[in-house]
Design a protein around this ligand. Structure first.
Ligand SMILES: O=C(O)CCC(=O)C(=O)O
Ligand SMILES: [Fe+2]
Length: 195
């Protein structure tokens, strides 16, 4: 894995600890993982209810976990699949950099520019205080937006590239929200793995 520790960029944002690793994976390896996960994942589209209205989530997802425990995610309860060898391989690479081990991974498939992920923080109670969140991008690069919860002048956009890793630590989830907005550009599919 020659690409593993090259180029890390620490975002200089208050109340946060966010590092971007553009070359987390060698591009050719990232492409192999993309193709495998695209074909072999049991993608599902769940409904979400926001302010009493029900919508189809604007992306496909699949949840993987170690312990088979149902996991609540943004008002949904999902029963995790068992980790596949490919996902365990990626998980170990992420753990080497993050310095912690993960029990759960949510896969998101953004099929085109209309698929998105609205403003939220990964602050589910089960994750505890100051959770470490690791986000891997495979396929189409997409912008990732961050905004501070109280200081409206604080915001940042990062382009998440093929084979990259974004690591959010410390008080990031407590003070910041993130989203992957829709884009009017014609874009390809992107797979995100959130640990
Ligand atoms: O697709 C991404 O980069 C973000 C996904 C995300 O924020 C999540 O699943 O919690
Ligand atoms: Fe998130």
């Amino acid at each position: 894995m020659d690409g593993l520790f090259r180029d890390k960029i620490h975002l200089n944002l208050p109340d946060s600890d966010i590092t971007y690793y553009p070359n987390f994976m060698v591009k050719a390896d990232a492409t192999v993982f993309f193709d495998l996960l695209r074909e072999e994942t049991p993608w599902q589209q769940d409904d979400i209810t926001v302010f009493g209205k029900t919508y189809a989530q604007p992306r496909l997802t699949a949840l993987y976990g170690n312990n088979g425990k149902p996991y609540s995610y943004s008002k949904l309860v999902m029963v995790p699949h068992t980790f596949t060898p490919q996902l365990l391989n990626i998980k170990e690479k992420v753990e080497t950099i993050a310095g912690v081990s993960f029990t759960t991974c949510l896969l998101n498939l953004y099929r085109n520019g209309k698929d998105s992920n609205g403003w939220h923080a990964d602050n589910e109670k089960e994750l505890g205080k100051n959770p470490i969140i690791a986000s891997v991008t495979l396929g189409q690069e997409r912008f990732f937006h961050l905004k501070h919860r109280t200081d409206k002048s604080l915001k940042q956009k990062i382009l998440l590239e093929h084979g990259s890793l974004l690591l959010m630590k410390g008080a990031t989830q407590e003070h910041w929200l993130h989203q992957v907005p829709k884009t009017t550009k014609i874009v390809d599919e992107r797979i995100n793995l959130t640990f």
